[in-house]
Design a protein around this ligand. Sequence first.
Ligand SMILES: [Zn+2]
Length: 342
Amino acid sequence: MKAAILVEQNAPLVIGEVEIPKLDVGQVLVKVKYSGICGSQLDEISGKKGKDLFLPHLLGHEGSGVVIDVGLGVNKVKEGDHVVLHWMKGSGINSFPPKFMWDGAMVNAGCVTTFSEYTVVSENRVTPIPTDIGFDVASLLGCAVTTGLGIVFNNANLKPGQSIAVFGVGGVGLNVVQGAVLVNAYPIVAIDIYVHKLKQAMAFGATYRVNATYLEDVEVWISRGFDVVVETTGDRNIRQMAYEFTGNKGKTILAGVPHHQERITIDSFPLHFGHQIFGSHGGDTQPDIDIPRYIQLYKLGKLKLDEQITHRYSLDKINKAIDVVRKGLAGKCVIKMGKMKA
Ligand SMILES: [Zn+2]
């Protein structure tokens, strides 16, 4: 099968023919239909989290597909089931990572990878979904949507009428906006440097947009003291600014991945009086419980998924797709496995 392999950091992925391993206990073989690309993969490629000790390896952590076969002990899904592939752990066996072979040597993979035509994943990284959900939108439920909504519902516990500001309204941030709309937060302020992302945030229900390219626009809002401020970029200055934007008893939630050598500086005194700051781990998503709920909202027309996908590429063009995401040009960019027109 064809797979995109990270062979070297800060270099294009290599498209290679990888052997599918025999299934081990708790593993599931999935024919991948769609994979999303998210900031995490860009960070893995660029080495933002540090030196990569697992090269060469497969990557991608949000996707959708059809179950082809299951290993011993798997009872959560069966052959033919449609599934979301997600990076957060759900119910089921946490299997050993699969042992893929490429060019006569081992290529590493975690418990879930999605940049390939087929994948072997751990039982606890799949959630079955109804067959009437498009595989394209289903792939977004593997990370971007669940993280963004989880930040609002699980981490922020945002209440109707509370105010929220979101720094960076890309994949995750746009879904924070969407979650804030669902709970009737007010105002919902979207902050970004990309005009098209701000426009999309408004279409998703943001109350105001602030173009962070013009700092004075941002400063107008500093005195607002938001109940919740979410930061999705990982940028040091923006993380600090998110903290400053937060009200005395508010919550600052850091969702972006910071550079491994960067540190932030904050005035810690407000922490004594109710200000909270913490990092989000995938919005504390429980895939088995949350994904079906979100699918229900989607079917009711209350959750926008189709509108998030702005770019589609085949696996052969994955490096082009990664470039588009890196340059901030995409809303959500998905990789379709197989022929584009199929
Ligand atoms: Zn992700």
